[in-house]
Design a protein around this ligand. Sequence first.
Ligand code: CA
Length: 535
Amino acid sequence: MKAATKITPIAFAICLATTLISNAATAADSSQSTNLPPITTKPITLDIHFHYHERKTQYNNDWPVEKRASELTGISLNNVTTSGFDTGNESFNLMRANGDWPDIVGGTNLRAKFNQYGPLGEFLPLNDLIDQHAPNIRAFFEDKQDLIKSISAPDGNLYHIPYVPDGKFGRAYFIRKDWLDKLALPVPQTVDDVYNVLTAFLNEDPNGNGIKDEIPFFVRDFEELVRLVTLWDARTSGTDSWHDFYVSDNTVHHGYVKEEYRHGITQLAKWYAEGLIDKDVGTANSGDIRTQRLSKNQGGMTHDWFASTASFNDKLAADIKGFSFIPFAPPKSVSGKRIEEHRRTSVKPDGWAITKNNKRVVETIKYFDFWFSSAGRRLANFGVEGEHYTLVDGQPVFTDEMLNGDVPVNTKLWSIGAQVPRGFHQDYAYERQWTNEIALAGIDLYEAGNYLLKPFYGINLNAEETDTFDFYWNTLLTYMLERQEEWILGTRDINKDWDTYLVQLEKLGISKVMQIMQTAYNRQYITGNAELTEE
Ligand code: CA
C-alpha cells in the first residue's frame, strides 16, 4: 500500500476534473463506433517492454488483440522485453542500467517504479498530455480524484496509466442451506443467530451419518476467521490486503488496538473452545481445506470468494445429495450493522508508461487513450469481435468455443492478448459470463444490501516515512499476529494480556507508525501538501 520515493511533496497538480467535459463527452460518443480514424495514417511501430504473471509472460506481437489494435489505430507495438529472466525485476533493472529505454514500459507491479523513476525524468508526466490528447482517459478519471491521488507520485504527477479492475465483490459468507433446512433453521441474520446455527451444526448431525464429525465454521485462511471480529464491530483491514490500516473520518486507524477487537477476539476464542471453529485452522494447511471440508460433507459455513466457492455446488452435486452451499447476507453485528469488509482492489499497481526516449509522445498518449474508448475497452476485455465474441443486443457475448473449450476462459483470454495488464478499464461483464447463478445471486444480494464499505486506495509514503515504517512495522505486526493466534486458539487469554499488549505495542513504536501514516494520508488526500498546512 505504500511506494518508496524520495520526493518533497508538491501540491497535487492534476487538473483532470476541471477540464472540458463537453469535449470528453463528444470524444466518448464518437468512440462508440469501431470505424475510428486511425491515430496516424502513416503506420508507426513503438517498442515496448512488458511482462506479467510473475514476469513470466511478455508482450506478444502476434496476439490477435495487438493486431486488431494496430488496424484500428495505425500503431503497432513491438516487444523488446529481455528474455531469460523468469522472476523478479532483473529484466527491468538491466534495461534501466543499460539506459536501453523502449518507447513504452508496462506490465504488473510497476507503480512504485513509475513513481520512483518518473520524478527522476525517466518516465514522462502524463497530466498535461491527458488533458490535451486523451479525452477518454480524462472522462474516465473525472470523478475518480481519490484514485488518481492514490497512484500519483509524491511530486503530484501521474506517470502511468493503470489497469483498473472492475467488479467490487470478492469474498462473502457462505452456508450449507440444505443443513439449515434439515434442522428447520432460517438463514442466520445476526451474530447471535450465527452462534446458534453453528452450535446446531456441531450437535445435531446435519450430514446425517450418525457421527459428530461436522466442522461448523472453516476457512482456507486464518485471516478470514479473524475477519469475523467485524461481527462485533471491530475491523481487520481497510484494503484488500489483510491486517492493513483503515480510514474513518479522515483518521487512519489500525483495528488490532481497538476495544471492539478485544471483544471480538474474546468471542472467537469462546467459539473455538466450544468446537464451532475448525480445530485445524491455526495449522499449516495441507492442500485445499475448502475442498476437503466440503467434499467430505463436513464443513458448514465459511467466508470466501463468490465465484470459486459457489462452484462447489456444481462440483459436488453428484456426490452429495441435496448439497447447497449458498452466499448469504453479512449477519448483523452486535450494534446491528451488516458489513462485508472485503472488496476487490479498485486499482492495480499495473499499467503502462511513456519513457524519456519516446519520440512519438502525442501518438503514444492517443494510443493509451484508445484503450479507454468503447472499441478499445471491448477489445482489451473480450478480444476480437467475430473471433472471440459476438455482439448480442449490443453486448459482447463470448463464443461457445471460448466459454466451453478445454482451456479456462481467462487463460484463453491472456493467450490472445486480452485481459493483460496494459492500462485499461476492466469490464466485469467478461467474468460474469462464466460465474454460476448461485454466485451471481449472491453478488446481487450484496449489491442490493450495499454491504461493502467505501473503498480505500492505500497510502503512499515518501522515502523518510518509508524508512520509519519499515523500521517499526514488521516487528509490530509480527507481535500482533502471534498474540492474535494464541488468543483465538486459547493458549493465552486476551483479557489477561490486553493492557500489557498495548504497552508493548507502544514500546515497539506503534504511535510513530500511526503518526507517519496520518501525515502521509493528509498529504495525499486532504491537503495535497502537508507541509503547507497550518497546524
Ligand atoms: Ca455427522
